[in-house]
Ligand binder design. Structure first.
Ligand code: NAI
Ligand code: PYR
Ligand code: MG
Length: 372
């Protein structure tokens, strides 16, 4: 199969969809790998590394899109990229369609087959292609939140760990999945007083067992959230209902109950955000203020540490990418229900229920679509 990897064009996005190691594995199995010139530079991979892996370098994204049967990327295709997709072409990348009607419309119109990293599942009920980036974003969240808490950045001027004689920052993490657990670990490691809220009792039991008091946990209700945020210096939004738009868990009205200069870090922003006042920001201008509360809502946080993120993402995507290339998307999805769970769009039809529900679009079952 001809596999193409263009340079990412989302602002400040330095990750790349294929590492030279992934390219080498694909080439070794008889596939042709086409990389846009300079695609890996932001992650520290030069063109020579891809050439040494057996890939071919082309000058433009247009050549990649025109030649490849499968496009492997990181972020959702931007408008100019969506125009280059065609019927029969496979797109394998993050999509986050539920909060993005424009992208959904364009993907349906293109006729392509789009498999979303964030809805591929595993046998343990996890999301193996979201997990590595959730680990990164979770670990970054207290770091960017701590920076935002600094007075010069609009924050309350509170140090995460406090100092002897002065107590630490209070951090509330809403959602104790992959993002939330990694965020809580790092915030606790910085010396903050951390509480994790989740709606899953088994998850709370796991956190309690494994982390043994490094941070507290509490069952997530509107009442518990309202009480905790009044006293919080930082709230990290880390909830997910797979594929669906994030539930809004803090309203604008509630901001007035919080301490002026407190910080909201909405990691769930790529699914529309879990605070009413969240709107996506970029690494160039990551923060803004509403009613005295600072917001950090970058939708591609892992792009800030592109090298770590590219390698971590590549480790997770490679086996799926190879299965798609070796067998073609239909056979690969027939053989692996977890990969089939990633199918969001095929030949003008939406195939993911939570997206259809969020956008009011009819959905065709993926198990019907793969029969052809
Ligand atoms: N902004 C960015 O750059 C990035 C954003 N993300 C996003 O972060 C979000 C979280 O991802 P993961 O941690 O991997 O998901 P996950 O599925 O591992 O965890 C989500 C957790 O939220 C909990 N939850 C659901 N509804 C809740 C509620 N009302 N109150 C409290 N907890 C609730 C679930 O029980 C689950 O434990 C996703 O939207 C993901 O796309 C992930 C990576 C990068
Ligand atoms: C998960 C995601 O959207 C990202 O890593 O950018
Ligand atoms: Mg998006």
């Amino acid at each position: 199969m001809k596999i193409g990897c263009p340079k990412e064009i989302k602002p400040q996005e330095f990750r790349v969809g294929m590492t030279p190691n992934a390219a080498q594995e694909a080439v070794a199995r008889g596939h042709e790998v086409i990389i846009e010139r300079g695609a890996g530079l932001g992650s520290g991979f030069d063109d020579d590394a891809y050439v040494a892996a057996g890939a071919r370098i082309v000058d433009t994204a247009a050549e990649v899109f025109a030649t490849a049967e499968m496009i492997v990327k990181v972020k959702e295709p931007q408008a100019v990229e969506r125009k280059m997709l065609r019927e029969g072409q496979v797109l394998f990348t993050y999509l986050h369609l539920a909060p993005d009607p424009e992208q959904t419309k364009d993907l349906l119109a293109s006729g392509c087959t789009a498999i979303a990293y964030e809805t591929v599942t595993d046998a343990n009920g996890g999301l193996p292609l979201l997990a590595p980036m959730s680990e990164v974003a979770g670990r970054l969240a207290p770091q960017v939140g701590a920076w935002t808490l600094q007075k010069a950045n609009g924050g309350r001027g509170v140090l995460m760990g406090g100092v002897p004689g002065v107590g630490p920052a209070k951090v509330v993490v809403i959602g104790g999945g992959v993002v939330g657990t990694h965020a809580a670990r790092i915030a606790a490691g910085m010396g903050a007083d951390v509480t994790v809220l989740d709606r899953s009792l088994p998850r709370l039991r796991y956190l309690d067992d494994v982390f043994r008091g490094q941070f507290k946990n509490q069952y997530s209700t509107a009442g518990a959230t309202a009480e905790l945020i009044r006293d919080a210096d930082m709230v990290i939004g880390a909830v997910l209902i797979p594929g669906a738009a994030a539930p809004k868990l803090i309203t604008r009205e509630q901001l007035s109950t919080m301490k002026p200069g407190a910080v909201l870090v909405d990691v769930a922003i790529d699914q529309g955000g879990c605070f009413e006042t969240s709107k996506p920001t970029t690494h160039a201008e990551p923060i803004y203020e509403v009613d005295g509360i600072m917001h950090y809502c970058v939708a591609n946080m892992p792009g800030a540490v592109a090298r770590t993120s590219t390698i971590a993402l590549g480790n997770a995507t490679m086996p799926f990418m190879l299965a798609l290339a070796d067998k073609g998307w239909r056979q690969a999805c027939q053989d692996d229900p977890h990969l089939l769970a990633g199918l969001n769009v095929h030949a003008g039809q939406l195939t993911y229920y939570a997206v259809g529900k969020a956008l009011g679009i009819d959905v065709v079952s993926p198990s019907v679509v793969i029969k052809g």
